[in-house]
Design a protein around this ligand. Structure first.
Ligand code: ADP
Ligand code: MG
Length: 321
């Protein structure tokens, strides 16, 4: 059976980029471009809570890094590198190989190499902790407290598909293999918007990635910025795969559905062309969905121009149902 050290050497050790010290010593070493600040963030993924034990390990490796690179994107930071903490009940080489493949593929694509970590046994299922480091120029980071009344509210990509896939997989919606096939990629292979996030640094006034649902995550921006928002429901970019689903489900998926990893950001109206150009360069669609108001609170206007009531709440790990 492979030892912890064989496992690390075989599956996690990769040549470190020039100027960095990667896997193999007591610490990794990396430099930061002169005058830049380091952005860092960590996310835990726990079996049974964030993923099912039978999930494709390649997708899990991808997602473990994706949710962290998404935090760098939401800060406007460019990736530098990452650390991986892995607790495994047993060493199954095929599983670890596939997990590492998914992880390294995104690390290479996003320029966020794996430079260290820790590996241990686990008595209670798989736990994965990833820490990312990025760089951002002082004053350019997309903080949550920068939204101002009059700013436009934007989202990247499309909304809702991950929520529907989750509800199908968890049995909260009746089985529908066609719909699951069309939505599952959004849940298991989220694409973090690192190119867009960096392009928006110094352009957007605030940003957040939608991990817990649009309303909940935008709510964090509003609270930090001491502002409100008015959104147009009809302008929300629904995933095309959701055409024809029950409108109540759709509304809940768009407004409250988590695990999206698109960026929700705000920008002054005079920045609209710059935002569109940044999105085009990054190859990501962006949609204006409303505006920031001086009055606190969130209003979602329905097709008739009237505020919607009974808005869905987003995901909260410690909420009581
Ligand atoms: P230590 O005894 O200092 O914790 P380890 O034996 O745990 O060192 O790790 C040896 C090397 O392998 C270190 O450079 C560490 O960063 C790296 N490493 C351990 N586990 C992982 C992992 N899951 N992914 C990437 N690097 C890892
Ligand atoms: Mg260790």
């Amino acid at each position: 059976m492979a030892s912890e050290f064989d496992l690390i050497d075989r599956y996690f050790k990769r040549p470190a980029p020039a100027g960095m010290l990667g896997v193999g010593d007591d610490c990794a070493l990396f430099g930061v471009p002169a005058g830049m600040q380091v952005a860092t963030s960590t996310d835990l993924l726990i079996e049974g809570r964030h993923f099912y034990p039978d999930v494709d390990p390649r997708a899990l490796g991808h997602k473990a890094l994706a949710v962290n690179v998404s935090d760098l994107a939401a800060m406007g930071a460019g990736p530098i590198g990452c650390l991986l903490g892995l607790a495994l009940p047993a060493i199954e080489p095929a599983w670890v190989a596939a997990f590492a493949e998914g992880f390294h593929a995104l690390a290479a694509a996003s320029g966020c190499p794996l430079i260290g970590g820790d590996t241990t046994g686990s008595a209670l299922g798989i736990a994965i902790s990833v820490t990312v480091f990025g760089a951002v120029a002082p004053g350019q980071a997309l903080r949550r407290d920068g939204a101002r009344a009059g700013d436009q509210v934007w989202v990247s990509g499309t909304l809702g598909a991950a929520d529907i896939a989750y509800r199908l997989l968890s049995g909260q919606m009746p089985a529908d293999p066609g719909l699951l096939a069309a939505t599952r990629g959004a849940l298991e292979w989220p694409q973090p918007r690192y190119a867009l996030g960096q392009a928006l640094a110094g352009v957007a006034s605030a940003a957040i990635d939608i991990s817990d649902g649009l309303l909940q995550d935008l709510g964090h921006v509003l609270k930090a910025s001491d502002a409100g928002a008015e959104l147009q429901f009809a302008d929300l970019p629904a995933a095309p795969s959701l055409a024809g689903i029950d409108p109540v489900r759709l509304r809940h998926a768009l407004l409250g559905g988590g695990d999206v990893y698109e960026l929700c950001f705000t920008a002054a109206p005079e920045q609209a062309d710059t935002v569109r150009a940044a999105a085009a360069r990054a190859g990501v669609a962006v949609t204006a969905i409303g505006r920031i108001t001086a009055t606190p609170g969130m209003v979602v206007l329905g097709p008739d121009g009237q505020p919607e009531t009974d808005l869905p709440r987003g995901f909260d790990h410690f909420s009581t149902p």
